[in-house]
Design a binder for this molecule. Structure first.
Ligand code: HEM
Length: 572
C-alpha cells in the first residue's frame, strides 16, 4: 500500500514523459538487479499510464477536419543516448554532419520524435503537408527557438533573420524590392568585378616568372601535369565577403586586395571569422544546448558573449562611417534600395534597423555562399568528366552570346551543378522551430499530430534535398524535364505538396532565404569564370571532410579550421 502511495506521488510529481522515459534504457538493467526499485517503477508506470490516459481524453484539441490524431508518444523515434543531453550531443558530434538525420529518416519516416536536453520534446518533420503547415500556413506559430533568437538578436540586432510575426512580415515586404531580378542585374557587376580579381590573382600565381618557374612551388597533379595547391575556401570566403559588402551596402571590405598584396585582412572579417569558424568544442556545444532550455545563459559574461558584442560594436561603427561617406553607392545596394523604399513610403527607417539588416546580410550571406562555391569546386575536382562537360558548355555559351544581346539563359549544366552541390552540401543543415502554442499538424492520409507548446521541430534540409534524388553526385539528373531549373524555384511548396522546383537548401515559405537569387547569381558568375579558366583536381595527399560551424564547411582531416586545398592549373 505504502509503495503504491509513493508510486502515485512520484507519478504526479515527475512528468514521466520528460524525465523517466529517456532514463529507462539506462535504469532498466539496474532495476533488474533491484527488485524493490523495479516494483516501484512498475507501479509508477502503471499509475502514470492511467493518469496520462485520463488527461489525454480530457485535453483533446479541436479537430474540425476530423483527423485521426497522433500524440508525441505515438511517433516512432530513437532512444536517447544521454540522460542529460538526450540525443543533442550525438547530433552535435555526428560525422559526417547529417548522417544521423538521414539514418533516422530512413528508419522512422517523415515524422518521428527524439529527446533533447533534459528530456525536451523534439520532433523531426519531412512530410510535405507537415512542412507546408510549419513553414508556410502557420509560419508565425512556429518561430525560431527563443534561445537561438536571443543569441542572433544579441549579435545582429532585430533584423529579418530574427524578427517574428508582423514585424518580420513588414521587414520582408520592404526588403523584397532589393532582391528583384532588376535590382540583382545592377549587383551582377559587383560579382564580376570580385570574380575578376580572383582570376587575375590565380593567373599571376600560375604564370611562370622570368626565371622559368611558377610564382609559387607547383606540384604534380593526378593527371601528371603541373598544378598549384590553392586553398579554394580562403579565396571563396574573401570573394563572398567583398561581394556582400559592396552589393549589400556599398562597403569595400577589400578582402581580395589584401589577399593579393599580402596585407592584413579587414579586422572585421577576422573577428567575424573567429566567431564562426571553429570546429565543435565541448564548450560551444554546452552553450548551444543550454541556450535551448535556458536562454538566460546569454546574460552570463563569457568569452563568447563578449566577442559577439565586440563584433556587433565594430561593424556598427564601420557601417555608420560608410553610410556617411558613400551616399552615391547606396541606391544600387540592398540597403540603399531599402532606404529608398522606406523614404517613398514616408515611413522612414531608423539607424538600429539599418545596422541590424547590414549585420544580417553579412551573417546570412557570406559563408553560406562561399561554402557553396567551395563544395561545387570540390565536387567538380572529384568528377573530372562533369568538370570538362561544364567547361565545354560555358565556353560554347560564351562564344554564342553577342554583345548587347541582353541577358542570356543560364547554361543548364551550370544550374544542374549548383543544384546538385546544394543537395549534397546544404550549407544550412537543418532548421529549428518551436511551437508557440499547442497545435495540430496535418501529416497526410487523414492523420494529424498534436504538437504541445514548446516542442522543437527539426526540419533536416539534407534529408529533404535527397528526397526523390538520392545517391552520389549526379548533376545530370537535374537536366531531365521533370526536374526544373533553380531559376524556376518559387520557394513555395504549393498546397501541401513539395514542388519539384523547391531547392530545399534555401528553405521554403514566407521565410525562404531572401537572398537566394543573389546567391545563385553570385555562384553562377564565380563558377563560370573559374571553371572556364582553370582545371581543378583533388590533392591525393589530403583527406577533405565536412564539419559544422554555423554552416557546413570543408576542412582537411586533422585540422581545426576550414580550408579546401585543391590542385589548380590553367585550363587548356
Ligand atoms: C548558397 C547560399 C545560401 C543558402 C544555402 C542560404 C540558406 C538560407 C536558409 C536555409 C535560410 C532559412 C533559415 C531559417 O529559416 O532558419 C535563409 C534565410 C535567410 N537568408 Fe540565406 N542562404 C544563402 C545565401 C544568402 C545570401 C547571399 C543572403 C543575402 C544577400 C541571404 C540572406 C538571408 C536572409 C536575410 C535570411 C532570413 C530570411 C527570413 O527569415 O525572412 N542568404 N538562408
Amino acid at each position: 500500500m505504502s509503495l503504491s502511495v509513493l508510486a502515485l506521488a512520484l507519478a504526479l510529481a515527475v512528468p514521466l514523459d520528460r524525465l523517466v522515459l529517456p532514463l529507462l534504457p539506462t535504469l532498466l538493467p539496474v532495476l533488474a538487479q533491484l527488485p524493490h526499485l523495479a516494483r516501484l517503477t512498475l507501479h509508477t508506470l502503471t499509475l502514470y499510464s492511467l493518469l496520462a490516459l485520463a488527461l489525454d481524453s480530457y485535453n483533446r484539441p479541436a479537430n474540425p477536419n476530423g483527423y485521426r490524431i497522433l500524440r508525441y508518444h505515438d511517433l516512432p523515434g530513437p532512444w536517447p543516448t544521454s540522460l542529460v543531453w538526450g540525443l543533442e550531443k550525438a547530433l552535435y558530434d555526428d560525422a559526417p554532419p547529417g548522417k544521423l538525420l538521414d539514418a533516422w529518416s530512413a528508419k522512422y519516416g517523415g515524422a518521428y520524435r527524439f529527446r533533447g536536453v533534459l528530456g525536451a520534446k523534439n520532433i523531426t518533420l519531412t512530410l510535405p503537408s507537415a512542412l507546408h503547415h510549419v513553414l508556410t500556413t502557420s509560419v508565425y506559430t512556429y518561430p525560431k527557438p527563443l534561445g537561438g533568437r536571443l543569441w542572433l538578436g544579441t549579435l545582429l540586432g532585430e533584423g529579418v533573420l530574427v524578427s517574428e510575426g508582423e514585424k518580420h512580415a513588414g521587414q520582408r515586404k520592404r526588403m523584397a524590392r532589393a532582391f528583384t531580378p532588376q535590382a540583382l542585374r545592377g549587383m551582377h557587376e559587383v560579382f564580376e568585378q570580385c570574380t575578376g580579381k580572383v582570376v587575375d590573382a590565380w593567373e599571376a600565381l600560375l604564370t611562370p616568372t622570368a626565371a622559368g618557374k611558377a610564382a609559387t612551388p607547383a606540384q604534380d597533379d593526378a593527371a601528371g601535369g603541373k598544378a598549384l595547391s590553392i586553398d579554394v575556401q580562403y579565396w571563396a570566403n574573401r570573394l563572398s565577403l567583398d561581394a556582400i559588402g559592396l552589393a549589400g551596402f556599398g562597403y569595400p571590405f577589400g578582402s581580395l586586395d589584401s589577399a593579393v598584396d599580402g596585407s592584413e585582412q579587414h579586422p572585421l572579417a577576422t573577428t567575424f571569422d573567429k566567431l564562426t569558424d571553429s570546429s565543435g568544442t565541448y564548450a560551444a556545444f554546452v552553450l548551444r544546448a543550454v541556450l535551448f532550455v535556458w536562454p538566460g545563459v546569454l546574460k552570463m559574461p563569457s568569452k563568447r558573449t563578449k566577442s559577439i558584442g565586440e563584433v556587433r560594436k565594430k561593424l556598427g561603427a564601420e557601417v555608420k562611417r560608410v553610410r556617411q561617406e558613400s551616399g552615391s553607392l547606396a541606391g544600387r545596394t540592398v540597403i540603399g534600395i531599402l532606404e529608398q523604399q522606406a523614404a517613398e513610403e514616408g515611413s522612414g527607417i531608423d539607424d538600429d534597423e539599418i545596422e541590424a539588416q547590414i549585420m544580417t546580410l553579412v551573417f546570412a550571406g557570406y559563408e553560406t555562399t562561399s561554402c557553396a562555391i567551395s563544395w561545387a569546386l570540390y565536387e567538380l575536382a572529384l568528377h573530372p568528366a562533369s568538370q570538362a562537360a561544364l567547361r565545354d558548355e560555358l565556353r560554347a555559351s560564351a562564344s554564342a552570346s553577342q554583345p548587347g544581346s541582353g541577358p542570356q539563359p543560364h547554361p543548364p549544366l551550370l544550374d544542374a551543378v549548383i543544384r546538385e552541390t546544394l543537395r549534397l552540401h546544404p550549407p544550412v543543415l537543418d532548421l529549428h522551430r518551436e511551437a508557440e502554442t499547442d497545435d495540430l499538424v496535418p501529416l497526410g492520409d487523414g492523420r494529424a499530430l498534436w504538437v504541445d507548446k514548446g516542442t522543437v521541430v527539426y526540419i533536416p534540409l539534407n534529408v529533404l534535398g535527397n528526397e526523390g534524388h538520392p545517391g552520389p553526385w549526379n548533376p545530370e539528373q537535374w537536366l531531365k524535364p521533370a526536374a526544373s531549373a533553380i531559376s524556376g524555384s518559387t520557394g513555395s511548396a504549393g498546397s501541401g505538396g513539395s514542388s519539384t522546383s523547391t531547392v530545399w537548401a534555401f528553405s521554403d515559405g514566407p521565410r525562404v532565404c531572401i537572398g537566394r537569387a543573389f546567391a545563385m547569381s553570385e555562384i553562377r558568375t564565380v563558377l563560370s569564370a573559374l571553371v572556364s579558366g582553370f582545371e581543378f583536381a583533388p590533392d591525393p595527399a589530403l583527406e577533405v571532410e565536412p564539419f559544422v560551424s554555423f554552416v557546413v564547411r570543408p576542412k582537411v582531416r586533422g585540422d581545426r579550421r576550414s580550408t579546401l586545398p585543391l590542385l589548380v592549373r590553367k585550363a587548356a
